[in-house]
Design a protein. Structure first.
Lengths: 306, 306
């Protein structure tokens, strides 16, 4: 390292040491309180929030609370409709549908949540980098997103499963890949908006390194867009994963995955329609809860978009 | 205007090239040796080698790609493994069914969506607004395959009013059109509401009112017509969604369209057909977006001169 560079490095460190005090914490209590107060005014979003929490708890403890074993056969009660013994009725093997829905919750919600988390993480990093650095990184990421967007909706997921083969792990990969471009685009524009802010300029002029500016100064400014998109994408991920299972590309037909249950019920539409109605209703309520919550979150965080 | 169209056309070329590379690489995404996988477990070593030769898998990748593009440009997408028919012929024979479905969705959904959205914006804050938006978000959250199966159970099995599958008459189109259109209606309702609300806040709307213009004219000519600009873009993106929605709709209603061909080909591991359908779907989507962008330039002069 040359002398001048050494000098510069020294100046940079001394700036960081003198002006950036890690111990100074900005209180966020007031902000959180204001947010909760504002959010609480949106009644549908509050109801959706509680439904969402209930569903997540169901995914964690549901299988152990289920009244029957998910694969317990009851040949005396084949294709029977909802009753006191079987609240949601039974399927063609006499298996209790409510128990299967409860046992399937970790599967359906787990795949959707984990794939959105992975897709969001990759998309966010790509979006932040392309928005911050611009140039060839931006071009590469955005053209990549364009290509992925050229396979509309679940078509991309179907294409990935077609190449990798059916199975729940491949559905997870497919839904994660299908999630990446939306985060990359949204986070890029959020980064571009924050990049021009004065505090980022100040951080740069104080000699902060790129990594620090990006993750400590820019990223927190983009977190609103991230959270809103994250909630919204969970709904689409549940829909995509269950659609793939419905088409026979996802979970094994014996698994109590909600989409696979619907696919099984298709053959008994005229004799046992509850096999289709109820698992479908559960998917609908779940997606609706995430969408309504996401809407409420967006309106609370950004009142301009209404 | 000519320059704008030319620029958009030129921008599409690199995207099409990348899409063609991605679709071409699809066959190489298959885990393991593609020739071995394609020939099946029982194939002898000679058969595998013959297939490798036939598919041109021995050539360097770049040569393979150029050969594939050359053939694709002259309308040759290879032969189906399942039926041994040319893929282009196969896709063409199914194309008309999918297009019929797309039109069946487009006949009512955009109009219904825009109507609901505009009514909600005009009656903002009333029960009309609340009901309309709740209806829209429900439409967005309901899985198409669930709606379709419930439609069959109710209108075909229970009431016997509509046929449950096939595509022989206009009656056969009613239920599939409902499934195809629900998502587009819901999305457009939400977008046209926010777009209309935004336009209603514009200065020119205030000016129109201030000069004593009749309220109906203010709403229709000044607000509604301008709010359509944003809605057109969303509509374009939604048509892509319709194409992929056809995969599920065709499966539910046993319609022999391109989507059904895709799912059947995946089940049979008919890779040339899968590759061909993916290419056609992606190119269709890019083309629709191009048309929408040009249309956007026609109705919004601001875009042409940026």
């Amino acid at each position: 390292m040359s002398n001048t560079q050494n000098e510069q490095a020294k100046i940079n460190t001394s700036f960081e040491e003198n002006y950036i005090d890690e111990n100074i914490k900005v209180s966020t209590d007031g902000k959180v309180k204001a947010f909760v107060k504002k959010f609480a005014k949106r009644k549908t979003a509050v109801v959706a929030f509680f439904v969402m929490v209930a569903l997540l708890i169901l995914a964690l403890v549901g299988p152990s609370l289920a009244p029957y074993e998910a694969n317990a056969f009851d040949y005396d009660n084949i294709l029977s409709g909802p009753s006191a013994k079987h609240w949601f009725g039974t399927d063609q093997f006499g298996r209790d549908i409510l128990s299967r829905i409860m046992a399937g919750a970790p599967l359906t919600l787990g795949v959707a949540l984990s794939s959105v988390i992975v897709g969001a993480a990759i998309g966010t990093v790509l979006g932040l980098l392309s928005g911050y650095y611009g140039g060839w990184i931006e071009m590469l990421v955005m053209r990549g997103a364009d290509v992925l967007f050229s396979f509309p909706d679940i078509l991309l997921a179907i294409a990935i499963v077609a190449a990798l083969g059916p199975g729940i792990i491949n559905v997870f990969i497919a839904v994660a890949v299908f999630t990446v471009p939306s985060f990359a685009r949204i986070m890029r524009s959020a980064t571009l908006a924050v990049k021009g802010c004065l505090y980022v300029e100040v951080a740069r002029s104080l000699g902060c390194k790129d990594g620090r500016i990006l993750f400590k100064h820019i990223f927190p400014g983009t977190i609103q867009s991230l959270i809103v998109n994250f909630t919204m994408r969970i709904g689409s991920a549940i829909m995509a994963a269950s659609s793939l299972s419905f088409l026979g590309f996802g979970a094994n037909v014996a698994d109590p995955e909600w989409g696979a249950m619907l696919s099984l019920g298709r053959s008994y539409l005229s004799t046992a329609p509850h096999m289709v109605y109820l698992p479908g209703l559960v998917i609908f309520v779940t997606v609706l809860a995430f969408n309504l919550f996401g809407d409420g979150l967006r309106d609370t965080l950004d009142p301009k978009i209404k | 205007m000519g320059r704008y169209v030319a620029r958009r056309l030129l921008e599409t070329i690199p995207l099409m090239i990348i899409i063609s590379i991605v679709v071409f690489m699809f066959i190489h995404l298959i885990p393991g040796d593609p020739a071995k996988t394609l020939a099946g477990v029982e194939a002898s070593l000679e058969e595998v080698e013959a297939l490798r030769e036939e598919l041109g898998l021995k050539d360097p990748l770049i040569v393979q790609y150029f050969n594939w593009v050359k053939n694709a440009l002259s309308g040759d997408l290879g032969r189906s493994f399942k039926s041994n028919l040319p893929v282009t012929e196969l896709i063409w024979s199914r194309f008309q069914f999918t297009i019929r479905l797309v039109f069946a969705g487009l006949v009512w959904a955009p109009f219904a969506g825009i109507f609901i959205g505009v009514m909600c914006a005009i009656k903002r804050g009333t029960w009309v607004d609340l009901g309309g938006m709740l209806f829209a978000i429900c439409g967005l959250s309901a899985p198409g395959f669930w709606l379709g199966l419930m439609g069959i159970q109710f209108f075909s099995v229970k009431l016997g009013w509509l046929p449950s599958g096939g595509l022989e008459s206009w009656k056969h189109l009613i239920l599939p059109s409902m499934v195809m259109g629900t998502g587009i209606m819901a999305t457009l309702a939400r977008y046209s509401r926010s777009s209309m609300l935004e336009t209603l806040r514009e200065d020119y709307v205030r000016t129109a009112r201030a000069k004593g213009q009749r309220e109906q004219i203010v709403m229709f000519r000044h607000a509604f017509m301008n709010s359509l600009i944003q809605v057109v873009t969303i509509l374009g993106l939604q048509i892509g969604g319709l194409l992929s929605g056809s995969v599920l709709t065709e499966t539910i209603f046993s319609i022999p369209g391109m989507g059904r061909l895709l799912t059947d080909s995946i089940a049979y591991r008919d890779y040339p057909t899968i590759q061909g359908i993916l290419l056609i779907f992606a190119l269709q989507y890019v083309l629709i977006n191009l048309i929408v962008d040009v249309l956007y330039g026609v109705i919004n002069p601001k875009i042409r001169y940026d």
